[in-house]
Design a protein around this ligand. Structure first.
Ligand code: NAP
Length: 307
């Protein structure tokens, strides 16, 4: 029987991805929306999480598609009420919040899934398999997009906890931490903050790799025209290029994957498996790199940003 699910935050990602992915998966039945402004046709609508928890005790699972800043309070209430919880990325606005949610899920015997949608792109398992059998020499992440195009009017990304350019950049870091056969750590960062904003518009990162590979990431939100979401790797036996955020993979210049985007469909398949097996999936390694970038980063002030 399908699990009854409530979706919280009916914004861009809920409409673009969550609602179609839930509709396409027989393991889930979308029963309610929690939103301060919007509803979803044909299902219950509640203004607050408290109202949802009081009026629909039959709902087993809550999926949170709200920005990171308010997410902890919503997730903690749902977990304490015995609901399984799915978190959009990044899983919180601080690491300690995420550890606290993990502990609450354990205490209440429910599933917590800190999702990283980019890990579910078609190219990611293939790049992981490629790297598993080779020695890495160089890895370069280039994640450059136009913030006005992808985050129109979203003020929360410029507020503390919104992470600025790390909001997309953490997607690249979620792929990095999935495909590498070992952990790496950040050695330095330069963070460019618009003079009127609390979060960075661009960031350059360097990493230490245990086998000595050169590793860096370049995130920029000021790219107009063609958008770039690439990871280039060179190894002792050939090179690979992941592009379009993971939809495409070339090995030694030859296309091997030219996928479509199944990321959110795959996330809801994974969530159903976690609930069935009574387990959680909370990997905070992408978020650790972001927190380290804020800890190690040299701040540079740049031009003001307005939408
Ligand atoms: P959004 O459209 O700005 O916000 C989503 C919804 O969250 C809003 O429509 C609002 O819903 C609710 N919300 C906003 N501020 C809130 C607050 N302070 N308290 C409670 N609810 C609040 O953002 P989004 O682009 O969908 O992003 C949401 C999350 O998904 C972020 O963590 C983002 O990183 C992630 N994500 C976004 C994308 C993308 O392409 N946009 C892609 C992947 C992941 P109501 O008006 O319904 O209350």
């Amino acid at each position: 029987m399908a699990e009854k699910l409530a979706l919280v935050g009916i914004g861009k990602i809920a409409r673009d991805q969550h609602i179609p992915a839930i509709a396409g998966n027989p393991d889930w039945q979308l029963e309610a929306a929690v939103s301060r402004h919007a509803g979803v046709d044909g299902i219950d609508h509640f203004q607050t999480i408290d109202e949802l928890l009081e009026k629909r005790p039959d709902i087993t699972t809550v999926s949170l598609a709200i920005p990171p800043q308010p997410r902890f309070e919503y997730a903690a209430k749902a977990l304490k009420a015995g609901k399984h919880v799915m978190l959009e990325k990044p899983p919180g606005q601080s690491l300690a919040e995420c550890y606290a949610l993990e502990a609450l899920a354990r205490e209440h015997g429910v599933t917590l899934f800190a999702t990283w949608h980019s890990r579910y792109a078609d190219s990611v398992p293939a790049l992981k398999a490629f790297l598993a059998e080779r020695t890495l020499k160089r890895l370069k992440i280039t994640w450059k997009e136009d913030v006005r195009r992808w985050h129109p009017g979203q003020e929360w990304i410029w507020e503390p906890g919104g992470m600025g350019v790390f909001d997309p950049g953490i997607n690249a870091l979620s792929i990095l931490t999935e495909v590498l056969p070992y952990p790496v750590h950040l050695t330095g960062a330069t963070l460019e903050f618009p003079e009127n904003r609390a979060t960075p518009i661009a960031a350059g990162l360097t990493f230490a790799d245990p086998v000595g590979a050169e590793m860096s990431a370049d995130f920029d939100w000021r790219q107009e025209g063609p958008q770039t979401w690439d990871i280039d790797v060179e190894t002792d036996r050939g090179a690979a290029k992941l592009s379009l955020g993971g939809e495409k993979l070339e090995i030694d210049g030859e296309p091997v994957i030219q996928g479509a985007n199944h990321e959110y469909a795959n996330l809801y398949v994974r969530m159903a498996d976690l609930v069935k097996s009574g387990t959680s999936d909370v990997d905070l390694s992408p978020m650790i790199h972001v927190c380290d970038a804020f800890s190690l980063g040299r701040r540079v002030i740049t031009d003001p940003f307005e939408f």
